[in-house]
Design a protein around this ligand. Sequence first.
Ligand code: ZN
Length: 203
Amino acid sequence: MSVRPVRIYGDPVLREKAREVAGVDDTLRQLIADLRETMQAYGGVGLAANQLGVPQRVIVVDVPLDEEERAVYALVNPVIKRRNDTQTAEEGCLSIPGIWEDVTRSGRVIVSALDEQGRPLELARAIQHEIDHLDGALFVDRLSPLRRQFLRRSLDALARGELPEDYHPPARPPRRPGGLLPQGGPPAFGPDAGQDSPAGGPA
Ligand code: ZN
């Protein structure tokens, strides 16, 4: 297992539509292990394979079960079968450091995936965000034209490789054994934190 660098806005792989996974084998399990480890090292609540430069339809999400325990799910070839309601909440993205914006998404989704286990509602936002990644879409695409215009300079800077001053990717693998929230936790979401966005980290 290893922590791999997360690709940043401007990297063409983030705009690639990821390929279906033909079969779950050891190579794929290795990728899933790296996705998990990287997501945890960066303090994210979700990560798509594109973000590691691998255009395959695999995502991982990190779901709080209660105050202390978290469950990390891997979804292979996830498909959103049904959507209901809409909810607006703040989102960030490990590939778009330094930018947080309100995004409207479905409040409830029914998702099918390989290795699927019963999925609570709290997964809705993270899963939609990650499935967007597999289609080469980023959360900033969901903002109003005005809002996007406002962010243009920051996004262009990211695309030129100018990272926010407080952006510190992890130098080495975390010591966190599977499942527990790191001390202090990831950056908090808005006032409705926890309601929809699992633990509120970027994804
Ligand atoms: Zn993201």
